[in-house]
Design a binder for this molecule. Structure first.
Ligand code: TXE
Length: 487
């Protein structure tokens, strides 16, 4: 059992209340972690430390912040094996995925923002009337900011917030999900060894309603960046609104993949299968609704079902596992209920739909679920309308592209979509009408860290990534310098 403590003012400390949350390994059911159960008292200590640290971190030159953040990235690289194993144990995801995706991306997040701040430019305006002046835009860190992250891509999303916040010169109070806190704790150790001054990064663990809420309520927190469920995001946005502090919210998705009549199925089928089932479908960007031109429906569904059946669900530590287990049995119940709902609304399960048999003994009691494909579910079903966040997709036919666009836009979410066609002009026309933050054409989750990232409608507000994130974590002020009379 691994004890996970808060990291406040450069030291690991237990919770003020003296209690811990316990977490089981979702694949084996074995006791895994004892996690400090934080609350307002811990957040207040973190806030004091952050405010003191900001006095020097807030005016540390960008080159020095960059040097420390690059050292953190190297520290993450050096502990790849350890971090990947902890991430796989916490989440149930395949170890190979944690090794190839989660941890390398966490290091990339630090490298990206560490170097981005070396290339910042700010606008200036030469004023002629009513008097000559030079106006320039001064970008300043906010002070203390709050970062709250979810359990599906724990270190990946935690660092996606923390790296830009620190790079922009802020001090941070952060909370990873109570289900997956461990890699965030290792990150704190790495940051300390890399020379990040005490109090600049503080991590308070615990439940959302306690530690998370306390961060959002903390008077010195000047902005909150959150990724998680839409209901939680709405609550956080309400509180930030009352406090008049900005919130950046990256929330749920119900993403469509649109397969046109001329799609290259040799490319589309494996890529859409990856987009549906990677990380057990527990990525906000995963495709969960596949819209197929009626002329290709039979061919697509046959090939897609075969691709789903070919995936191996198994022990997260085994190299051959394509899917591990879901985050918890409670979450699996929610996903199974969505499948049942799809069936009771008129759909049929074409493959999957249940708990895999023949699991290795070590993981036989884990939260596993088969990759599931449903056909014939009506658009009105909650199975089509609500985020499932599991390895479940529904497939629907369309006749006209405009019908595909209507269906794709027909949920309350608007995070991402993919379009599969050989006709790029058509793809562009469809992309332009999709109400989403990201549209991929003939690819999925091909990420460039410079692009704006986020959703519309119930998928969130604000954009992360590149300059958008650095801007979110900064204040701008205008400085006006009188230039006096012309010569
Ligand atoms: O997320 P929560 P949950 C979706 C997915 C999932 C659903 C619920 O559909 O089934 O959300 O998941 C913290 N104040 N996504 O309940 O509660 C919490 O401790 C402050 C999509 O696990 O949103 C955790 O650190 N913080 C998603 C974080 O919020 C609070 C990824 C996320 O937890 C809080 C995960 C509060 N009042 C789930 N309540 C995505 N967009 O990728 C909770 N938290």
């Amino acid at each position: 059992m691994y004890e996970v403590d808060h990291f406040i003012n450069g030291s690991f400390v237990p919770a003020s209340c003296g209690t811990r949350l316990s977490r089981e390994n979702p694949a084996t059911g074995a006791p895994l972690r004892a996690i400090a159960r934080g609350g307002a008292a811990d957040v207040a200590k973190a806030a004091d430390a952050a405010q003191r640290a900001f006095e020097s971190w807030g005016c540390t030159p960008a080159s020095e912040r960059s040097r420390i953040l690059l050292a953190i990235a190297s520290g993450l690289d050096a502990r790849l094996d350890e971090l990947a194993l902890l991430e796989s144990e916490d989440t149930g995801k395949p170890l190979s995925l944690a090794r190839s995706l989660d941890i390398p991306r966490a290091a990339a997040n630090f490298r990206f923002f560490a170097t981005a701040i070396l290339h910042e430019a700010s606008a200036s305006f030469l004023t002629e009337r009513p008097a000559r002046a030079l106006n320039y835009v001064l970008r300043k860190p906010l002070g203390t900011v709050g970062c709250i992250s979810p359990w599906n891509l724990p270190l990946y999303l935690f660092t996606w917030k923390i790296a830009p916040a620190l790079a922009a010169g802020n001090c941070v109070i952060a909370k990873p999900s109570e289900l997956t806190p461990t890699t965030a704790a290792v990150l704190c150790d790495i940051a300390r060894n890399a020379g990040l001054p005490a109090g600049v990064l503080n991590v308070v663990h615990g439940l959302g309603a306690e530690a998370g809420q306390a961060i959002v309520d903390c008077p010195s927190v000047r902005a909150v960046s959150f990724t998680g469920g839409t209901a939680t995001g709405r609550r956080i946005a309400g509180r930030c609104g009352e406090r008049l502090i900005p919130a950046s919210l990256e929330l749920g998705g119900k993403n469509a993949a649109i397969v046109c009549e001329d799609a290259d199925l040799a490319l589309a089928v494996p890529e859409i299968a990856r987009s549906a089932f990677l990380n057990q479908g527990e990525i906000c960007l995963c495709s969960s609704r596949i819209l197929v031109h009626r002329t290709r429906m039979k061919e697509f569904t046959e090939r897609f079902i075969a691709a789903a059946r070919a995936l191996t669900v198994g022990d997260p530590l085994a190299a051959e596992s394509d899917l591990g287990c879901l985050i918890s049995k409670a979450h699996r119940e929610k996903v199974l209920a969505a499948i049942e709902r799809g069936v009771s609304d008129g759909g049929v399960v074409a493959t999957g739909g249940g708990i895999p048999r023949h699991l290795p003994a070590r993981v036989a009691g884990g939260a596993f679920l088969e990759p599931t494909v449903l056909l014939g579910v009506p658009q009105s079903s909650a199975c089509v309308q609500e985020e499932t966040f599991g390895p479940v997709v529904t497939v629907h036919g369309f006749d006209r592209h405009r019908d595909a666009v209507t269906m794709a836009n027909g949920t309350r979410y608007g995070l991402a979509a993919s379009i599969w066609t050989r006709d790029l002009a058509r793809a562009h026309r469809i992309a332009a009408r999709l109400d989403v933050g990201t549209a991929w054409i003939n690819c999925w989750m091909l990420r460039d860290l410079r692009v704006p990232f986020g959703g519309v409608r119930d998928s969130g507000i604000g954009r992360e990534g590149g300059n958008e994130a650095l801007r979110f974590f900064s204040d701008v002020s205008n400085v006006c310098v009188s230039l006096g009379e012309a010569l």
